[in-house]
Design a protein around this ligand. Sequence first.
Ligand code: SF4
Length: 273
Amino acid sequence: MITTPNKNLLLSFSGGVDSTAMLALLLEQHHRIHQVVFFDTGWEHPQLYAHIAQVEQTFQIHLIRIQSDLTFNYLLQAHPVKYRTGPYKTLIKHYGRGWPTWSHRWCTGEKVKALERYADTIHHPLWAIGYDHGEHKRTLKRNPNKHPRIYPLLDQKITHEKAHEICRAYGFHWHELYHEFDRMACFCCPFQRVHQLQTIHSRYPDLWHRIHQMDQRIGPPKRIFAKRKTFDQLDRRFTAETKQLPPVPKQLTFDASTPAATALPPDRIQPHR
Ligand code: SF4
């Protein structure tokens, strides 16, 4: 049991398996949650928004949705970026921050700032963060928030697999998104692995098209995706690989009148009739 005397527990909810399991667990254990807070990047998978609606309905709660002051699309494509040093300091270098990189991960910075600002409006806030039992190392990193944190899944030894189990018990399925992606991320996250970007290319052409449009609106310097490739390089590679695939075989449907089916014992055939 978590004791949080005089603290207002804010549950940081990303919509992924771990934070959903943490919410379910804390509610089952009758913890007093002050608010469940979701930071909306505007770049989430459509299935994630559907999942959030399902969570609200299942637990009869209302999530607090917060955003950065300037939208991620604006920051990506149009925000003026100035020279930091040198004789042109303060002059505009280019427009748009471009895709985040490991050395300039501005998106997570915006998220941390917005959550922090929100917590500042709450009396004695205490964040509940959904790191699972395999993510102890993440707690060792410098806490970017000035407000204190707890890790209920870690404390209760809930692994990522167990978190999946908890979510399944409530009927959460994310429209099978987790069958295709190991971890939930923005659909256009440049830190995704190549196979995940390939899945978006082949299974979600509308999202791939959106990434393409976003990428086209970014002026130079072009930033990179997985394996240090630009969007165009990855697009060409995936398109070429798709062309090399053999045509999808015709899907067979079960027909109980075929000789193969009638050769089966009647009790094997019955359920299909
Ligand atoms: S998932 Fe990727 S793009 Fe989205 S906020 Fe995180 S690092 Fe940025």
